[in-house]
Design a protein around this ligand. Structure first.
Ligand SMILES: NC(=O)c1ccc[n+]([C@@H]2O[C@H](COP(=O)([O-])OP(=O)(O)OC[C@H]3O[C@@H](n4cnc5c(N)ncnc54)[C@H](OP(=O)(O)O)[C@@H]3O)[C@@H](O)[C@H]2O)c1
Length: 277
């Protein structure tokens, strides 16, 4: 059990669809949140909503060394004892069609930046009697899915990072949690990804409910969590009998290819509509 009242939490992706309600859920539990994102506007909206005593807005790109330095310095100044990693870059599409630039940036944002942030903040976290690093993963980091190969690889890496650190720090004050939502209704999912999910019958969760569930899990110190049914069952089946999941997903491949391909005549229009939303 982690007491959040009176704690300072560094929350990346704080202006996001899940991050913003998660910031609210942490504030309701008495935490002060250092809200990190690249664009100041969404962070200032959090300050307006919850007040400057509860939220410190910190505009920083976590893939940039200078941005990470500012995060580390704010964490030191506020004596942060929790780091919650809830930023990420999406990359829906067919792997063979994705340029090297995109592959590098998705790994940089979703895996390298968390590694370096954790390393930079460890000395601050370790100063407390109780501290935690929480990574918001994804079902796609537990179960590889066509159309999300590069993104899934980044999230599998994130899960491995957290599991490895938990074992390497088993005798320290810092605990490590990996909490994986399933598809959630936020701007993270492009219109093409949403169209595919609709056709595949994938359920999208409400971001406020997801955020509340994540806040409970953080408080409870849950080491691993996969949200949603049947996703949690599929993840278990995948780890025991992956061939069953191979077979089931191969039947959906034509649908995935139609939506994920850059050659999908609707993809550009769908992505543009999504970018404007
Ligand atoms: N939505 C889903 O369906 C879903 C499902 C499973 C897991 N997840 C995971 O849940 C987490 C939150 O997703 P979400 O739906 O809330 O995404 P979102 O609405 O797109 O929000 C992403 C957040 O990350 C910030 N961000 C992105 N790149 C950044 C960078 N380089 N430096 C600093 N901040 C950055 C964004 O702010 P700026 O743009 O201003 O930087 C924004 O606050 C992610 O880890 C995602 O992988 C999402």
């Amino acid at each position: 059990m982690i007491v959040l009242s009176g704690r300072c939490v560094v929350l990346t992706g704080a202006s996001g669809g899940i991050g913003a309600p998660l910031a609210g859920a942490l504030v309701r539990r008495g935490a002060h949140v250092i809200a990190v994102g690249r664009q100041a506007a969404g962070l200032e909206a959090l300050v307006d909503q919850h007040g400057a005593r509860a939220i410190t807005a910190l505009a920083a790109d976590v893939t940039d060394p200078a941005g990470r330095q500012r995060v580390a310095s704010a964490a030191r100044n506020h004596s942060a004892s929790l780091l919650v990693l809830a930023h990420a870059q999406p990359a829906f599409g067919l792997f063979d069609e994705q340029p090297e630039r995109l592959l590098r940036s998705v790994i940089d944002a979703n895996l390298i930046a968390p590694m370096l942030l954790i390393r930079d903040l460890m000395p601050v976290l370790a100063n407390h009697r109780q501290a935690a690093v929480v990574a918001i993963g994804s079902t796609l980091g537990n179960l590889a899915h066509p159309g999300f190969v590069a993104y899934g690889a980044s999230k599998f890496g994130l899960r491995g990072l957290i599991e490895g650190l938990a074992r390497e720090h088993a005798d320290t004050v810092v605990t490590f949690q990996h909490l994986a939502p399933r598809a959630t209704r936020t701007a993270f999912n492009s219109a093409a990804a949403e169209a595919m999910n609709r056709e595949l019958g994938v359920t999208h969760d409400d971001p406020a409910e997801v955020a509340e569930r994540l806040a409970w899990a953080i408080e409870d110190g849950e080491r691993r969590l996969q949200l949603g049914w049947p996703e949690s069952l599929f993840v278990r089946i995948n780890s025991l009998w992956p061939a069953l999941v191979d077979k089931s997903l191969s039947k959906k491949l034509a649908i995935v290819r139609r939506h994920a391909s850059a050659r999908n005549p609707n993809k550009d229009r769908l992505e543009a509509t999504h970018d404007q939303a």
